[in-house]
Every structure is written in C-alpha cells, then in structure tokens.
Design a protein around this ligand. Structure first.
Ligand code: SF4
Length: 243
C-alpha cells in the first residue's frame, strides 16, 4: 500500500452521528509522540493535498448536519484552499457542527479559525489528544508535548478529548481516573485502544483485557464516549480495498 492510500470518507451512525473525512495536510508539527506513526500521512505539496481533499469533501452530503475533519495532525496543517472548501461544504449542505483536531501547541490559532468559520454559520468544536491526565506518564513516557496539568485549563479551548488505553502500566483505576476526568471537564471523550504500529510502544494485551472485561461493558452505551477498539473503527484510515 502506498502511504496515504487510505479510506478517507466515512459515516458514523451510532452515538453523535456525523460524517468524517480524513484529509491530508503538510504534516504534524510535533511528531514526537512515542506511540504515534500516523503522522506519516502528509505531503508537503499543498496543491496535491488540496486536490485530494477536494475529492473527499465532494463525498460529504450533510445528512447529519455534522462533520468531523481529521488530518493526522492539527487543522493548522491544512492549506487555506482546503479550509475554505470545508467552510463552503458546510454552508452548501447546511452542516451546523464541525470538528477539528488540534495539538496543544497550536491553541493560539483557534480563535482566528473560529472567526473564519463564523461566516459559514457552522459551530466549531475542537478535539485534543491528551491520552491521559497522568502528567508524568503523558509527558515523560508518551512525549505528548502538553505542558499543562490542569484539565480545566485544557478545556478552555477544547470541547472533546482523546484518551489512549492499552499501555503497559495502566490499571482499572488509572483508566477510570482518565475517563471520569475527561467526562467532568469535556463534553465528549474518545477512547483509543493502542494497536500495534511501527513505534516501539506496544499494546499491552493484559491491560486491554482488563479494559474490555471491567470497563468497556460499563461505558459502551454512554453517548458521550466514543470507543475505538481498532483505530480504523470510524471507517477512515484503513487500507482501501482494491478490485
Ligand atoms: S500530535 Fe498527533 S499526529 Fe502528532 S505525533 Fe502526536 S499523536 Fe501523532
């Protein structure tokens, strides 16, 4: 598979229904998270990115009035023409809710982006990958680059938070602490279960088993919690099936 030859459009029908597009930008500017290799989906050629993004945005129908845009990085990595086309797509299909991902280091870019989308009459929600509220684990082991301990401060600019479970050292208590902290300060949380990738951080099957047996049954129906057992469960990011 060529890098980037992914499924890039999908529809999420359960919990908070929305369309989702995996667009391509110039690449995550942090790139140091020790568990991550999906920042490899990037291209420095903005025109080529726009052409690819245009094809995916053309698939959006607005059926739920809600669109999530992800791009293996932050919204700041998307070119201006793509951002404008996202706005026009929302306007055309009467989409009133738009989600982007953003790393903590780009939070200063959020107010101007919100202002930009006002003219398209779409409300922007921001999702941040916190992974865990255990500061030491997050910063010294996962190298997340989020130098703020207080979830209330993180939540000032971000409405939704991603958590990463299935790592060696995590326990029922630590995972519940992250879930409860996320639900207390943010509108929604998204739990990603660690999957094998090209990094040295490996999923811990024992931790995943504990999560599946002791936590998952308790939270699986919570409308504020998305759970990705596999990181392609939203229908994007998986290999395209070729005829
Ligand atoms: S900020 Fe996101 S895309 Fe960038 S390295 Fe970390 S997890 Fe990967």
């Amino acid at each position: 598979m060529a890098i980037g030859d992914f499924e890039r459009y999908s529809v999420i029908t359960e919990k908070n229904p929305r369309e989702i597009v995996l667009l391509r930008g110039t690449g995550c500017k942090w790139r140091r998270c020790t568990f991550c290799d999906y920042h490899l989906d990037y291209c420095k050629d903005e025109q080529a990115n726009f052409e690819l993004n245009k094809k995916e945005l053309a698939k959006v129908t607005g059926r739920f009035g809600s669109l999530e845009v992800i791009n293996s990085g932050s919204f700041v990595d998307l070119d201006d023409a793509t951002m404008q086309l996202i706005g026009e797509t929302c306007q055309l299909h009467h989409i009133h809710e738009l989600r982007f991902e953003c790393h903590w280091i780009h939070q200063d870019a959020i107010p101007a982006m919100r202002t930009f989308f006002e003219k398209y009459k779409v409300q922007v929600r921001l999702k941040i990958g916190v992974e865990t509220f255990d500061y030491d684990f997050r910063e010294n082991y996962l190298k997340k680059g989020l130098d703020e301990k207080d979830p209330q401060i993180i939540a000032r600019q971000f409405q939704e938070v991603c958590l990463l479970f299935g790592l060696h050292g995590q326990t029922v208590e630590s995972m519940y602490f992250d879930i409860n902290t996320g639900l207390e300060f943010f509108q929604r949380i998204c739990i990603n279960i660690m999957v094998e990738n090209t990094t040295k951080i490996k999923p811990d099957p024992a931790v995943i088993a504990v999560f599946m047996h002791e936590i998952y049954p308790e939270i699986k129906d919570d409308p504020r919690i998305d759970i990705l057992i596999d990181n392609t469960d939203f229908g994007v990011g998986g290999e395209k099936e070729h005829a």
